[in-house]
Design a binder for this molecule. Sequence first.
Ligand code: ZN
Length: 495
Amino acid sequence: MRTLPLVVMGAGALAACSREKPNILIIQCDQLATRAIGAYGQIQGHTDVIDSLARNGVIFDNAYTSCGLSQPSRTALLTGLYPHQSGVRSNSGKWLNHDVDESLPTLGQIFSDAGYNAVHFGKRHDCGALRGFTHKEPVQTKYQDPLVPLNQDSFKDVGTCADAVGFLSDPGEGPFICMVDFQNPHNICSYVGAAAGPHDVAESADLPPLPDNFEVEDWSALPIPVQYLCCNHRRLEQASHWSPENYRQYIAAYMRYVEIVCAQIRQVLNALESTPAGRNTIIVLLADHGDAMASHRMVTKMVDFHEESVKVPLIICGPGIPGRGEHLGQLVQTSTDFIPTLCGLAGIQAPSSLKGISQAPSVLGRRQAENHSYVVSEWHSEYDRIVSPGRMIRSVEGFKYTHYLEGNGEELYDLTNDPGEMHNLARNPRYADVLERHRAMLDEYIAASGDDYRSLQVKVDPKYRMHSPGYPSHIDGYNLWNFCNPSAAPSSENP
Ligand code: ZN
């Protein structure tokens, strides 16, 4: 396969245009897991275009989203805030999530004020946080794929790709910040609907293997909201009785959606590379959240704080960035660090109200004087019908601590010795000190960020907690969506 043309300039070229502000191209994918990306070292051979970016830049190995759900994650990224601060905690509409306050700085506004042409293509889901960007809504184009069913996610990406290619082929004068928001591999969600329930797998020989952390050894050791994801969420219900081969087929389908979006990313980068502006463009690739990819018998993402759901890819390359496939291990909080980092790379003063850490020094090969001792992820609800708030602390010590208000559930994982998060140590007396330290970190975060977590209300009808713990014990038809969401009845495009 063709190697991506270099858009990284040599030292001489950099010096020649050091007075120019760099352009910035942000490519965000919805639900792209690090595990699917070759540069992250697990599954190889599906993401050549992303791997090429990584070889020409830096790869953040420990970047975490502040929420494993689209709208809160995106709004947080664009405002530099945590979900509880932006006011956008779920995927619900404006009747529950208010539009982002107009007094808050946003990524688009900051760069527009600095003289950038700020343009956005593709998925919004932003509650007004795209303020400052000129947005173009993608036109859907229906088509078929020989391997996987497609829905509006894939159809919209055709328009998003065409819009981005059109702009980047002739970006005009002056610096630009261009954000391209692809839906895929999010199309995997409706794949689950199309493959609901246990079903025969025609050919299993070529299916990818299950992850090492596929099985859950002790459901009762998990917090209640995680035990009953099958009752919260129709995708988990639809997969609750799948066979191992069905999960393997899920991984194969997921990787196909990844390949589809990678082909579009390649078109976008080819367009960028075709113009002189491409030589002065910093490229950022990231995702709003991950995908379980069959870890812990999960599909998609929901409620949980597993690595597969909340750790996200973050790759940066471009002029002045000396890294050549360098992996950076520091903790990154994508929502709070994104704006300060981009401002640092562009030579723009970030608003003092933003509390994130600029990762620009390490991206530019300089000493990173300030780092996080822990990063955080929040959960509230998907559509506010079940509300089961939780918080995650991922510390520089290499532990992950989670807390859910419902049942006062806790998890503690030693990510160094148990990267698959198979053994919850929260009740292990040998880790009592570790547990206390991480509880204190959560308290510190709550106090420092003005988090109202402890006063939030759990809203769960007991009928969603009826069966024995675990998705394999799920009772068919006993799902939130069946009781509460008749308007969201499955359609042919979103089964
Ligand atoms: Zn269930």
